[in-house]
Design a protein around this ligand. Sequence first.
Ligand SMILES: Nc1ncnc2c1ncn2[C@@H]1O[C@H](COP(=O)(O)OP(=O)(O)OP(=O)(O)O)[C@@H](O)[C@H]1O
Ligand SMILES: [Mg+2]
Length: 212
Amino acid sequence: MLKIENLSLSFGNKQIFKNLNIDIKKDEITAIVGPSGIGKSSLFLCINQMIRYEKSYTLSGKILYDGIDLIKENENSLTKYRKEIVYVSQQPDILPMSIYENLAFIGRIHKLKELDKKIIEALKKVFLYEEIRDRLDLEASSLSGGQQQRLILARALLLNPKVLLLDEPTASLNEELALKIEDMLKEEKRTIVIISHFRNQIDNLTNKIYKL
Ligand SMILES: Nc1ncnc2c1ncn2[C@@H]1O[C@H](COP(=O)(O)OP(=O)(O)OP(=O)(O)O)[C@@H](O)[C@H]1O
Ligand SMILES: [Mg+2]
């Protein structure tokens, strides 16, 4: 589904990674591990090509998505791919608007039908709905760190992505909640790439592990 071939990335004259080869199979969970600062999050930026907005980077190799090299695609077609390959960043990037609007705005951009129903489904999937159903109109910034993290995961699931890129998705959650999210991800039967520093989490999710 996604094949990374000989990918090398530098910022300025600092090489981040070199000749990376990763094979991501459809409907499987693939884990990326490695020490802090090694380039895991940067790899995700390469995959969804948000790296284009960074200053002074050099990228070579291929990122093949269903055979199409995303590095060579123009900005117009990338808009389409970014709906299919959805990145959930390490820091919850909530927007300065209500909890409901944080989900609804992206649903409207992508012209989702039955939006309210889908929003509720997504919030239920991340075990957030019961907690916040009475305050969907409040600012999303009023949520706790763990709630914000689940909100952005719900936002990604709302798009029903073909590939979900998760960067430390349970870092702000307690163990019990993290386990529930892991079970949900396994049940999704979706192509997922996850960065995690929790060894037991990785073992619970997959045996496909790439070490940077
Ligand atoms: N835009 C940028 N310009 C220059 N250097 C950058 C840029 N973005 C990241 N880096 C550097 O690239 C290296 C890899 O960063 P990255 O965030 O990918 O690491 P990581 O493996 O995700 O680490 P962590 O586990 O701490 O999240 C770091 O040394 C970082 O300082
Ligand atoms: Mg990171």
